[in-house]
Ligand binder design. Sequence first.
Ligand code: ADP
Ligand code: MG
Ligand code: ZN
Length: 610
Amino acid sequence: MPGGWTGLVLTALVVFLISDLLLSFFGPGGATTISYTEFNNQLNKGNITKIYSKGDAIEGTLKNAEPKPDGGKGTYTEFDTQRPVFAGDNLWTTLQQQGVEVTASPVVQQRSFLANLLISLAPMLLLILVWVLLARRMAGGLGGGALGRKAPPKPVTAEAGRRTTFADVAGIDEVEAELSEVVDFLKNPQQYRRLGAKMPRGVLLSGPPGTGKTLLARAVAGEADVPFFSASASEFIEMIVGVGASRVRELFAEARKVAPAIVFIDEIDTIGRQRGSGGGMGGHDEREQTLNQILTEMDGFSGSEGVIVIAATNRADVLDPALLRPGRFDRRITVSPPDRDGRAAILRIHSRHVPLAGDADLGQLAKVTPGMTGAELANLVNEAALLAVKRRQDAVNERDLSDALEKVQLGAVRPLVMPQAERERTAYHESGHALLGMLQPGADPVRKITIVPRGRALGVTLSTPETDRYSYTEPYLRGRIIGALGGMAAEQVVYGVITTGAESDLEQVTNIARGMAGRWGMSERVGRLTAVPSDPQGAYGLSAAPTTLDAVDEEARRIVAECYDEAVRLLTEQRARLDALAAALLEAETLDEEAAYRAAGVPRKTLDQA
Ligand code: ADP
Ligand code: MG
Ligand code: ZN
């Protein structure tokens, strides 16, 4: 029986149609309605053979066909009419005189037995139908939402077109290598079974968003050519209570049926957070139940069935230890943003179907995009292609790529007319950031400065590292803070007042300073311990004494205060350079690396000096 409301409505419609059909079958046929006057005329002409009456309604048959009244086409013999209540004619006498056969039935007519049965049963039938449907839904373990359809997890098998394979993944070769073992197992599980080797039941992929975790899971399924069952952990929570666990059960049951198969649970941190820790508003039990169900299912594996669970998370550090126990997600793979060669490879993959002009250099683009993830690079290529379309070119060239990069890194240009005073202030603010960035030894070089409003910002200063950075030194971090405070300091130095424009600068500064004091052991007073957890939501879960947290706060304040003084000192000392840079910026609105260093009169540091 088709479930859902459509099914119900359809059934109701069919019942209605059938009863209507039956009723009309037993009901009156297709007679022509005529006026009572016309009826009288025909009667007086002696043209009526028989009539049948029910109350004042009369149906009857003519001897000879008559043209239809009211200019209707054709003729009629069957007719019906209505006798007015006030008609004082001696109808019965006339009928007798004309020798018309008269039949009559009681005013309250008995319907046929069948019609009566149908009519009286129809509402009951409908009720029973609704009840059965509801009961089924309940029995099915609340398989769908309250009103939603019951949706068994569908394997994403050989979707229309080609499936994802490792050829679609680049820049994370070490991860691919680890996963190819899983692929091998899924391809020939007998081999492993024969030697008594057990495969990990669960593989946990962790890494920043956009690094290709979902993509990898799909690629594993594609490479091994096995069904892929995927669910996002947040789906489990959004559904009504009790559904999450049963959905998990279904997911695994389906996967077992077609094993070898992959069950993929995306964003598992939504349900897999440490029990009894932060973020426990509402849906807490639901989360726990779902998580327990996953654990139960994984424990239920005999290990040789060939169902492998892959889970992905951005936050492996907040996961419940129960998930990471041996026999569960015991294989953990970290997926990191790609390095330079990786970025070039990813750019090539995503530009496979994008015609590139001769001057478009993906290797160069990879060089200037340190820290970008696969998703960001894919987006970058797409933005460039969109620009090329807009510019009516038939290939993507260097300019499209660099404009797209600018848009991706700095945000889209906002058409905003700024008063001259605001522009000046913004120019000084950005020049402050940029100049301090240029002057800090070892800081990332300034790539671009602009006072064209973009995104939420009134201006942007972009510095990116020369090469990929994997760890940071204390002087570098201080340099970052000084640079970030540069905007505010410049306003202070030039105008003597500060504005609200520095909010996001301060957020950045706070994060770095707190990290230095509380996480990375860069403060003597706090000591070499982590007092501030990397997960802000669980801030009270970590056992740091209040005095330690106070110390972290004070130390962070001290660091920021020192850096601010240094920023103001440097800008006051370098006021001439600041003025020159701001003037150039006001003039040109956007300065690239070379122009910026030239305007400020700062020699561009080469790589080995940095
Ligand atoms: P995550 O799940 O880690 O947040 P996704 O797998 O959803 O990231 O990645 C989003 C998109 O970014 C992918 O569909 C793909 O187009 C692109 N992408 C990310 N990483 C890579 C990579 N290593 N190689 C190729 N494309 C990638
Ligand atoms: Mg994902
Ligand atoms: Zn700023």
